[in-house]
Write a protein that binds this ligand. Structure first.
Ligand code: AR6
Length: 175
């Protein structure tokens, strides 16, 4: 069971083995976390993503799946790209969001990563409500067997940090 923590910050600055990218299925970049990671990762990361598209991921990466590349110029060693679901008010896509966290941990184990940082996947451009996204993130990481020793949730704002800190405390029993 890894140590879980919530920190305020920019995921591209994390000194961890692997950072997780809230990507899209093209794997070729976008806005939000994805844009920031590609800007700082640089040409090596983009080239690795292009190579994935040219090989096993010709059709792109499916929602809920994860795949790793080099982190290029980032302080981390690897970027684990995962594609979160777009929020829907009419369809329950929670299993796909949970799958992003589970699959990212599986890939981290394959790499031998011991420390990993997640952003609040799907809670930006993809519109997922932060409190529900935090609950799914924390519950999934808590219930996924892994060799990872430390999982950091890296949140951009104070509100998100508060919500994740609450989700982390929530399961520790009555206060
Ligand atoms: N560090 C940490 N958290 C961040 C950072 C950062 N540098 N930048 C944004 N956030 P988003 P999504 C927060 O939109 O919702 C892209 O175009 C942000 O405040 O990055 O999964 C992709 O290519 C929010 O809480 O990811 C996809 O098309 C959270 O990270 C699409 O956006 C996630 O926001 C994915 O959308």
């Amino acid at each position: 069971m890894p140590e879980l923590r919530a920190v305020r910050g920019d995921i591209t600055e994390q000194q961890v083995d692997a950072i997780v990218n809230a990507a899209n299925s093209s794997l070729l970049g976008g806005g939000g976390v994805d844009g920031a990671i590609h800007r700082k990762g640089g040409p090596e990361t983009l080239a690795a993503c292009r190579a994935l598209r040219a090989s096993h991921y010709g059709g792109g990466l499916k929602t809920g799946q994860a795949v790793a590349t080099t982190a290029g110029n980032l302080p981390a060693q690897w970027v684990i790209h995962t594609v979160g679901p777009v929020w829907s008010a009419t369809e329950d896509r929670s299993a796909l969001l949970a799958s992003c966290f589970r699959e990212s941990l599986r890939v981290a184990d394959e790499l031998g990563a011991r420390t990993i940082a997640f952003p609040a996947i799907s809670t930006g451009i993809f519109g997922w409500p932060m409190d529900d996204g935090a609950r799914i993130a924390v519950d999934t990481v808590r219930t996924t067997p892994t060799k990872v020793e430390q999982v950091s949730f890296v949140l951009f704002g104070d509100d998100a940090l508060k919500i994740f800190a609450g989700a982390l405390q929530g399961d520790q029993g009555p206060k």
